[in-house]
Write a protein that binds this ligand. Sequence first.
Ligand SMILES: Nc1ncnc2c1ncn2[C@@H]1O[C@H](COP(=O)(O)OP(=O)(O)O)[C@@H](O)[C@H]1O
Ligand SMILES: [Mg+2]
Length: 381
Amino acid sequence: MPKHQVQSNLYIGLMSGTSADGIDLALVDFSTTGHQLVASYYQAYDNDTQAKIIALYRPGADEIDRAGLLDKLLAQQFARAINTFIQQQNLTSADIKAIGNHGQTIRHRPTDKFPFTLQIGCNQTLACLTNIKVIGKFRDKDIALGGQGAPLVPAYHQAIFANANSDVCVVNIGGISNITFLPKQGNTNVSGFDTGPGNALLDDWYRLHHQDCPNTIDLDGKWAATGAVHTALLAAMLADNYFSLAAPKSTGREYFHLNWLTDYLAPLQLSEQALTAADVQITLMALTCQSIATTINSLSSAAEVIICGGGANNPLLMNMLTTLCDQHLVTTATSMGIANDSLEALVFAWLAFAFDNNINGNLPKVTGASRATTLGLAFYP
Ligand SMILES: Nc1ncnc2c1ncn2[C@@H]1O[C@H](COP(=O)(O)OP(=O)(O)O)[C@@H](O)[C@H]1O
Ligand SMILES: [Mg+2]
C-alpha cells in the first residue's frame, strides 16, 4: 500500500485539448452521489508554449528532443496551475486524493499498423511538483485492447446526461469535435466518436491571416462574419473520406491541418470563383457545424443536444449550428450548470476516481476495444 493516502474524496481533472489554448482544471467532490463540481480554473498558454505544442502535431525534425523538453515544460505549467488553484480554494495537497491528468496529445494514430496515441506533460514530474498522486496515461490500455483510445468521455456523459424520455447528444467542440449519443431507450446503444474538426482549422486559418495580431482566435467569429460561405468549397470538404467513415473513429490535428485545407482550396483559387480569406473562415465554421449537424440528424430525429467546449462560447458558431439543428433542442453545458470549458476536465477527475474505485472507464462499443476496463496508471509523489 503506498504511503501517500488522502481521506477526502476531492479529485482534480486536468485537460489540455488539441486547441492548445491552455489548461482547464476541475475540482470535483465524489463523496456525494451527485459528483459535485466544486470549482474550475483556467491557465492560458503563452504564445511560445502554444507554438511548441502545435509544432509537434505533425512529423518534423528533432522530434524526440522537442517532445522530451515539452513533456517536462508542460508538467511544470500543469503543476503551477494546480498549486495556484488549490491555494485559491484554501486547500493543500493533502486534501486532494488524485489528479486525473489527460496530458497534451501531440500525436494520435489509432488506425496505423501499430496503433498509438501520445500524450505528454510528465505524470511523474507533476506528482512530485504537486505532492499529489497523479493518474495518467488513460488512453493506452484501450489502444492495447484494440480500441481507438478515444473518445473516453462517453461513459461519464452517460452517467450524468442520459434521459429516459429523450435522445441526448453531447457535443464537445474543442480543436476536434466529438459526440456522445445517448438513445432514450436505454444504455446499450450508446455511441461516441470524433465528428471531425471543431475549432482547430478556424484557429489555424485565423492565425495565418493575423500574424501581427495579439488575438490568437477569431473572437466570437467577428472576422468570419465578414465573409460568405463558399458552397463549392464546403461541399468539397464535406466529401472528405473521414466524414463518411463508420464509427468507431477518431482523428486529430495530424489529419485536419492547414495542408488538408489547401488541398481543397487550391483548385478553387485557380478557377474563376474568387474567394476571400474571410470567406474561407466562415466556410470552415460551416464545415464544423454541418458535419456535426449531419451526424446528429443521422442519429436522431429529435434529440436534446448539449454543446460544450470552447466552440460553445462562440455565438456565431452556435447560431449556425442551432439553425442546422432546428428539429432538435440545442442547449449548452453552461446552461445545464456545468461550464462549457469545465466538462472535459471534470471527466478526467472522474476517470481518476474511477481508477481508484475499479470502475471501467471505456465503453468498448464506443472505442472498439475488446473489453471494458479501468483506465490509467498511478504515479506517486
Ligand atoms: N468567444 C469565442 N469566440 C470564438 N472562439 C472561441 C471562443 N471561446 C473559445 N473559442 C474557441 O475554443 C477553442 C478552445 O476550446 P477548447 O474546448 O479549450 O478546446 P480544446 O479542448 O481542444 O483545448 C479556442 O481555441 C477557440 O477556437
Ligand atoms: Mg482547451
